[in-house]
Design a protein around this ligand. Sequence first.
Ligand code: ADP
Ligand code: MG
Length: 449
Amino acid sequence: MNSPLWQAVLGEIELSVSRGNYLTWFKNTQLVEQTDEMVVIGVPNVFIKQQLEKKFNDIVSQTLKKNGVNPKVIEYRIVAMDIKKHDDPDPILTQKPQTSTFTGVETINHSYRQGLNNRYNFDNFIVGSSNELAFAACQSIVANPGSKYNPLMIYGGVGIGKTHLIQAVGNAILASNPDAKVLYITTEQFVQEFVDALRYRKTTGFANHYRSADVLIVDDIQFISGKEKIQEEFFHTFNALYQANKQIIISSDRLAREIPIEERLQSRFAQGMSIDMQTPDFETRCAIVQSKANSSDIALPNDVVEYLATNINTNVRELEGALNQLLAFCEMRGLSPNLDIAVSVLGNSKNRPKHLSAKQIIERTAKHFQVSMEDILGPKRDKDIVVPRQIAMYMLRSELHLSFPKIARELGRKDHTTAIHSVEKISKETQLDASLRSAISEIKDRLYA
Ligand code: ADP
Ligand code: MG
């Protein structure tokens, strides 16, 4: 784990340089030493050292200064990198539409890279018997979009990797053909955009936008039921794309014929390939836990992996939630995960740890302190609002393991250093202040009840 200071600095630099530059020059750096006089930044090789010295020293020094550190000397030192990745790819950045992909030297802007999140790719998707067919179909589309399985429909329960896979197709197609117009949209967004287009009389623009895609990926199509006008619009979009041999990929929580929608749409959806996905089996769940822990650079003993995989067998999202809960618990106390800790963190709740959303945590915290959502998310700085806000940030860190920029964003803050300070402050205060501890544990009890 990198120091909070350096994480904050990196977070800001990430926002101000191109993604390619960030990944190449900054991602694998760490803070080695910090005194009043000097800051030593560890880098993996001489190449990076030179670049940082020559090209990026100013931005590093400015950003350090912004974070309250103003050393006389900044040294870049080559160190053995046992701790490589310090943070997950930040969702704020990766979800931004029109981000660019690093292609070696240049960065390219995909104006159509809309809705795709780089986090989802084939490499970090664990394949087992529950999803191997879907995985194979998705992969085979990449080579020849629009020709083989069209539409491809992936269906199955919540949290089992549908979104991950269909996004991975989009990302892989873009990687091999950066000019492809790949559009990913959730059905809810599609509905919302259509309603807006109607209201502002921009339906032609709306239709053209989607009909010009080379690959259209629509997530959770079941939400189109009960909305006739949208179904009609989607029917035409579908036909236009299909006739032009453009690839359509759809996900749903059930088979097409079980979605209460127009029959002609049902039959369109069913005319390609439909593949179901199941909850992963035990071995796959173990592999998933192992791989997620590895990607946070945490060595998880086998018995802990198996404990998680045995006890959380509903879906991958919950499995991830439980793992994050465990990792956050350990991180905040400086412990290495072991079976005893896993059992005590995850074992005693009657229900298995649920997947909580950031919103639930903020709402619960606000409610506990009788603060309105508007206030906790708003600009007011009164103490009786600031403290609950800080506690909410702390909980987002401890329960969901969110990155600081993400925590800041969830609470409507622009500056993620606020999140860092809040988490640190509350974390310290809980050690001294019993009433704060009990407030937090009460909020947690309610959340997990
Ligand atoms: P769904 O769309 O089916 O509800 P998601 O694709 O959102 O599910 O998956 C939930 C979470 O679990 C995501 O973070 C996803 O990356 C992860 N996940 C699901 N299946 C796998 C898998 N086989 N390997 C790695 N991660 C997975
Ligand atoms: Mg999904």
